[in-house]
Design a protein around this ligand. Structure first.
Ligand SMILES: *[C@@H]1O[C@H](CO)[C@@H](O)[C@H](O)[C@H]1NC(C)=O
Ligand SMILES: *[C@@H]1O[C@H](CO)[C@@H](O)[C@H](O)[C@H]1NC(C)=O
Length: 526
């Protein structure tokens, strides 16, 4: 049914109506509008972004698995510890299951669906989006074995990185690590609670029993994280060189409480967010990045949105302070902070936070900008930056510019979303994608054999990691498509997750513009 709707609308995807392209280009050159090649197929990008999560699956793959170069893996995870930890996601190009980034991935996918459910459904992708979320939450349910125990990681980064193997052949340690009362991890418990609360909203209508179960786990995990305070990387030191919790756990506790408030409407959670706003840094930290590690900007955006509802009037004073920090973040992305910092940009216009996997910050920024733009539009407000007032269109336009850069509107003419368009990274730093598919060739490939033969090969990867958003270019827009260049060519689940909602929003906009004005040259910009 949704598939049908999508097919009907699909003609609207600008790249599917080439007969108009010539006249647009002509018109565009008459009016000196740059590059007619700017119309992107957001429907295709959306479909591909969701496909990516199937490549990252660990565990027993289902009959309807679409990424067929993958097969079952990690089927004994947890066995040594006497707990079933089969399933979940590999975070990137290796085979460790890291709890914190996995939970953030699921939170962002779920947030995308709660904001843009309708648009994702019209694109025919709602089921895939829900499957991607459920693959994560099914695992969290298993990993949360009792109220105050949560399994934090399976495998360890150090031994894993000695090997270049397919997940199906994996011979590395599958040691599992947990947090509990004596070894707390409020950041991990908080983020997992946020993920499960957000996901409970996604499944509320279609699968109320599952939704309720998720909420139950989320509430317990939040209580556990709040009662037994501590950073998870002090309890599970193995994560330190990979996903250290530098910003601490206070952002995750506020974040979890806010998601629980959204999911349950229970005043106690809102009170937590309000009462601890100051002491937990919620209204103190003006920050210019949003990631698996630092949740403040996301928290501040959601808190700002509560201001629009009358029932939150009594908390307006604190919520306004959250909002002022949210605006600081949005203004910094728009380069409109005068008395504060702005996010750097490359000459090609890409937001630039840091060298290693910069794209994660671009996709989270695009998501927050899009959500904030919608909020301003629906409440008829403008953004107040020191550099001036900004309308919702300008914010969305900027978010779109970041997505378009990702999809190919950049100095390298390269799509950083793998498998999209004709020019994309072909040597993604990813063990499974870079080695012949297990389904094609079942002969065991050992640890160093993988390095010697497959990793060091100059040829493109045999399997295309469709929908992966790689680390991306450097501060000069340069990108080197080499497998050993992991800062640029590795992709992570939390890079792609925020894209899902933004792509759905841009697709809707494109469809609306085409419906309203099917011959306008201005369409080319949407
Ligand atoms: C920036 O800070 C200076 C010094 O604190 C202040 O005088 C000025 O009004 C501020 N400008 C804006 C636009 O807020
Ligand atoms: C990208 O495309 C533009 C326009 O077609 C061209 O001028 C430029 O040389 C291309 N850049 C690269 C790195 O291929």
């Amino acid at each position: 049914m949704e598939e049908e709707k999508r097919k009907k609308l699909h003609h609207c995807g600008a790249q599917n109506i080439p007969r108009f392209t010539i006249s647009w280009c002509l018109l565009l050159s008459i009016f000196a509008v740059p590059a007619c090649a700017r119309a992107f197929d957001y429907a295709d990008a959306l479909t591909k972004s969701l496909l990516y999560f199937e490549s990252q699956r660990s565990g027993r793959l289902p009959y309807n698995q679409r990424v067929t170069w993958r097969d079952h893996s990690g089927l004994t995870d947890g066995l040594e510890q006497g707990v079933d930890l089969v399933g979940g996601y590999y975070d990137a190009g290796d085979h460790v299951k890291f709890g914190l980034p996995m939970a953030f991935t699921v939170t962002m996918l779920s947030w995308g669906v709660t904001e843009y459910r309708q648009q994702i459904a019209v694109a025919g992708e709602l089921e895939h989006a829900m499957e991607a979320i459920k693959w994560g939450t099914d695992y969290f349910i298993k990993a949360h074995t009792s109220p105050n125990v949560l399994w934090a990681e399976v495998g360890d980064g150090d031994t894993d990185h000695y090997c270049w193997q397919r997940p199906e052949d994996m011979t590395t340690s599958r040691q599992a690590y947990k947090i509990d009362k004596d070894n707390p991890g409020s950041d991990l418990a908080g983020e997992t609670a946020a993920a499960m609360a957000a996901a409970s909203m996604v499944f509320k209508q279609t699968n109320p029993h599952y939704s309720h179960l998720l909420l139950h786990h989320a509430q317990q995990l939040f209580e556990f994280g709040d009662e037994y305070r501590g950073k998870y990387d002090a309890s599970v030191e193995e994560v330190k060189s990979y996903y250290a919790s530098v910003s601490g756990y206070m952002d995750e506790l506020l974040w979890a409480a806010l998601w629980l408030y959204k999911a349950t409407d229970k005043e106690e959670y809102l009170r937590y967010v309000v009462d601890k706003a100051d002491s937990f840094g919620g209204i103190g930290w003006a920050i210019t990045e949003f990631s698996w590690e630092v949740k403040y900007a996301g928290l501040q955006v959601i808190a700002s949105k509560l201001l629009a509802e009358k029932k939150h009037k009594e908390h307006a004073h604190v919520l306004e302070q959250y909002r002022s920090k949210a605006e600081y973040y949005i203004c910094s992305c728009l380069d409109k902070n005068i008395n504060g910092s702005n996010v750097e940009r490359t000459p090609g216009g890409l937001l630039y936070v840091r060298q290693w996997n910069n794209m994660q910050y671009v996709s989270t920024a695009a998501f927050l900008l899009t959500v904030y733009s919608d909020f301003l539009q629906s409440s008829s407000q403008k953004l107040r930056c020191h550099g001036g007032m900004v309308g919702h269109e300008e914010i969305l336009d900027f978010a779109k510019s970041q997505i378009d850069y990702i999809l190919g509107s950049n100095p390298m003419n390269m799509s950083y979303l793998v498998g999209y368009g004709s020019n994309y990274p072909t040597r993604v730093h990813h063990r499974a994608a870079s080695i012949v598919s297990y389904r094609e060739s079942k002969g065991f490939i050992g640890c160093t054999q993988g390095y010697d033969y497959w990793y060091s090969r100059l040829k493109p990867n045999p399997n295309v990691l469709v929908g992966a958003l790689v680390g991306g270019p450097d501060l000069q827009d340069d990108f080197v498509d080499r497998r050993s260049n992991y800062m640029q060519t590795e992709a992570c689940t939390y890079n792609t997750a925020p894209l899902v909602g933004v792509l759905a929003k841009l697709l809707q906009l494109q469809d609306q513009n085409l419906d309203q004005n099917p011959t306008s040259p201005l369409l080319a910009s949407y």
